[in-house]
Design a binder for this molecule. Structure first.
Ligand SMILES: Cc1ncc(COP(=O)(O)O)c(C=O)c1O
Length: 272
């Protein structure tokens, strides 16, 4: 054990401090972010669709946030959709894409290691006539690409694969998954909640059609993340609900959804 680690432990025991280690479940909000959020709540309450000053300021902040989020994942600003949480993002994408393709195409291929927000939505979609197949993973939790390839057919309209697992931390080879999906004309949704801010994300290089992210698991490494995330979270706070309605109604060609995790629940309008 290094001397700094020893010093750290001594400090912890001396002051009886609690160490919180479940940052994959959720992270504390940094003071910088909290201060910015308070500022946004207090001063920037305008409806961004309104034409007067307070509303225009909100719209300006929202667009600034959209740009910052887009930069963080290498997307274009119009591709960013703000939602209340990643569960809602996964729901919106799975249901709206299914509604678009059904009944012409019925098959979704996913993995058994998805977050419950995906698994439960897939179970619901099965009750609506969708066929869902789960591609097996190896002993370490990595998707078996040959098995994925075997399951792809003309009926498959969507491949859904988590980028980084919330329990094990296993990172999937998303470009390889996308390559297989694209060879068969299928779209790709990847749940990036545990990836954003922890591994480099480039949604265009990965060639995915939909990526869901959440702010609430991303404040762990303040030094690394604060520059992009803190500004982002502030601006998302009041405005994140608007776009989901759009995402729920039609099929956006590319949509990268980011949640602030703080917005009130939004009713989604899908065809189901
Ligand atoms: C991989 C993954 N997907 C989705 C979610 C759901 O995120 P949210 O709490 O923003 O709905 C989580 C939450 O921790 C997660 O870890």
């Amino acid at each position: 054990m290094e001397i700094q680690q020893l010093e750290f432990l001594k400090h912890i025991f001396r002051f009886n401090r609690r160490i919180y280690l479940d940052h994959n479940a959720t992270t504390p909000v940094s003071n910088r972010v909290r201060r910015k959020m308070e500022q946004a709540l207090k001063y920037h309450y305008g409806n961004p669709s309104s034409f007067y000053g307070v509303g225009r300021k909100s719209a300006e902040l929202m667009e600034q946030a959209r740009g910052q989020v887009a930069d963080a994942i290498h997307a274009a600003p119009p591709e960013i959709y703000f939602t209340g949480c990643a569960t809602e993002s996964n729901n919106a994408v799975l249901k709206s894409v299914s509604a678009h393709f059904y009944p012409k195409k019925k098959k979704i291929i996913s993995t058994p290691i998805e977050h419950p927000s995906v698994l439960n939505t897939l179970a619901y979609l099965e009750t609506q006539g969708m066929v869902v197949e789960y591609c097996p993973v190896d002993g370490e939790g990595r998707v078996l690409l040959a098995e994925l390839e075997k399951r792809m057919d003309d009926e498959t309209f969507l491949v859904c694969c988590i980028a980084a697992n919330n329990e094990t931390g296993v990172i999937q080879d998303i470009p390889a998954v996308t390559k297989i999906a694209k060879q068969h004309g299928a779209l790709v949704l990847t749940d990036c909640v545990q990836a954003l801010g922890k591994i480099p994300m480039d949604v265009h290089e990965w060639d995915v059609d939909y990526a869901s992210c959440s702010r609430r698991t991303n404040f762990m490494d303040r030094k690394a993340l604060a520059p992009c995330m803190s500004k982002m979270a502030v601006h998302l706070l009041r405005y994140c609900m608007a776009v989901i309605r759009k995402a729920g109604c039609g099929l956006a060609r590319k949509a990268f959804t980011i949640s602030s995790g703080l917005a009130p629940p939004v009713r989604m309008s899908t065809n189901f």
